[in-house]
Ligand binder design. Structure first.
Ligand code: NAD
Length: 315
C-alpha cells in the first residue's frame, strides 16, 4: 500500500510509517498533475501542502485513493465537493500551525511599533538620535480581526494579554463565544473593524465569499496610519486596490505573507514600495509547527487507511 507525498514534509518520515507503507516523497511532484497521476496510480493516500492542486480530473485518475492529508489548513487548492463525491476523506492539520501564525502577527505589530532593525542600522552608522528611534506601544491600541477561528482566536488572546482592545468580524461566531465572554472581544461589522482599528489582521479561508473581501471600500475607511496584516490568502485582499492604497497613503503599512500568485513575478510592483514587508508564506512555518503538522496529518492518514475514524477530517 503506498502513500505519495507531493511537497516538502519538513519533518522526517516517521519510522512507524515507512515500516508499514511504501512512502514516495517527491517535493517536485506538485508542479505536474501527470506525474502525480502516474506516481500515485496505485496509492491509497496523497499527502500535500498548498501547492498541489487537487481537482476532479486528477481524482478520477487515482482510483485507489482513500485519503488526502493536507499539511496545513487552507483548503482552497482542493476540490472538496469532488472528494466528497468520490468518497475520498480529506484530513487537515486543523490548529496545527495556529500558534505559529498568531506569533507572526504579534511579531508584525511589534516590528512596526518599535522598528528595531532600523534602530540597529541607525546606531551602527554612528548616529544616536533617541527621539528619531522613538516607537509606539501596543498597549491601549486597537486590533481588528477578520475571522476568529483557530488562528484569529489565538491572536485575540495574545493581543488582549498585551493590553490591546480587540474588535472582530466573523458572522459565524456567536456572542456566547469565549472570546466575547471571557476576553471582551467586540464582535462587529466589517466596516467598523476597518474604521476603528490601528492594526487589522485577516484570518478567513479563501472562498468565493471571501475573494476580495478587502477592497477599495474597506481600505478607504481605514485610519490614516492603519497597519494591515495578511497571513490568510492573497485573493482575500484585492491586490490592485491594496497597491494603490499603499502608494497613495505612505503612512499606512502592510505585512503580506501570502500573495495572489506565489511566488510573485520578479517585477512585482510591491517590491518598490517602502511601506510594505513581504514574506514568502512562512507565517505558519516554525520548527515546532512542522513537527506538529506532520505528526497530526500522518497519524490521521494512517487512521483512515486502517479503517479508523479520522480525528481531523474536513470531508
Ligand atoms: P478556521 O477555519 O479555524 O477559521 C476561519 C474563520 O473564518 C472561522 O471562524 C469562520 O467563521 C470565518 N469565516 C469564514 N468565512 C467568513 C466570511 N465570509 N466572513 C468572515 N469570516 C468568515 O481557519 P484558521 O485555522 O484560523 O485559518 C485561517 C486561514 O489562514 C486558512 O484558511 C489559511 O488560508 C490561512 N493560513 C495561512 C498560513 C500561513 O502560513 N500564512 C498558515 C495557516 C493558515
Amino acid at each position: 500500500m503506498s502513500i505519495v507525498i507531493t511537497e516538502e514534509l519538513w519533518w522526517p518520515i516517521p519510522q512507524w510509517m515507512s515500516s508499514k507503507y511504501e512512502v514516495i516523497l517527491d517535493p517536485n511532484l506538485h508542479h505536474n498533475p501527470d506525474k502525480i497521476a502516474s506516481a500515485a496510480a496505485q496509492a491509497r493516500a496523497l499527502v500535500i501542502r498548498n501547492k498541489t492542486r487537487i481537482d476532479r480530473q486528477l481524482l478520477e485518475r487515482l482510483p485507489h485513493l482513500q485519503v488526502i492529508g493536507r499539511l496545513g489548513v487552507g483548503l482552497d487548492n482542493i476540490d472538496l465537493q469532488a472528494c466528497r463525491e468520490q468518497g475520498v476523506v480529506v484530513v487537515a492539520a486543523r490548529g496545527g500551525n495556529a500558534n505559529a501564525v498568531a506569533e507572526y502577527v504579534i511579531a508584525c505589530m511589534f516590528h512596526q511599533a518599535r522598528f528595531l532593525g532600523a534602530c540597529d542600522n541607525h546606531a551602527r552608522n554612528g548616529a544616536w538620535d533617541r527621539q528619531q528611534c522613538m516607537g509606539r506601544e501596543l498597549n491601549g491600541r486597537t486590533l481588528g480581526l477578520i475571522g476568529v477561528g483557530d488562528i484569529g482566536q489565538r491572536v485575540a488572546i495574545r493581543a488582549r494579554a498585551l493590553g490591546l482592545k480587540v474588535v472582530a468580524y466573523d458572522p459565524f461566531v456567536l456572542k456566547s463565544n469565549m472570546l466575547v465572554q471571557d476576553f471582551h472581544v467586540e464582535l462587529t461589522e466589517l466596516q467598523r473593524v476597518c474604521q476603528v482599528s490601528d492594526y487589522i489582521s485577516v484570518h478567513v479561508p479563501l472562498t468565493s465569499e471571501t475573494h476580495c473581501l478587502i477592497s477599495d471600500m474597506e481600505l478607504a475607511v481605514m485610519k490614516e496610519d492603519a497597519v494591515l496584516i495578511n497571513t490568510s490568502r492573497g485573493g482575500i485582499i484585492d491586490e490592485g486596490a491594496l497597491f494603490t492604497w499603499l502608494k497613495k497613503r505612505p503612512e499606512n503599512f502592510a505585512f503580506l505573507d501570502v500573495r495572489e500568485t506565489e511566488p510573485p513575478a520578479s517585477d512585482d510592483p510591491f517590491n518598490l514600495l517602502t511601506n510594505v514587508i513581504l514574506t514568502p508564506h512562512i507565517a505558519g512555518i516554525t520548527h515546532e509547527s512542522s513537527q506538529r503538522v506532520a505528526e497530526l496529518v500522518l497519524e490521521d492518514v494512517n487512521r483512515v487507511l486502517v479503517c479508523e475514524k479520522a480525528l481531523a477530517a474536513v470531508v
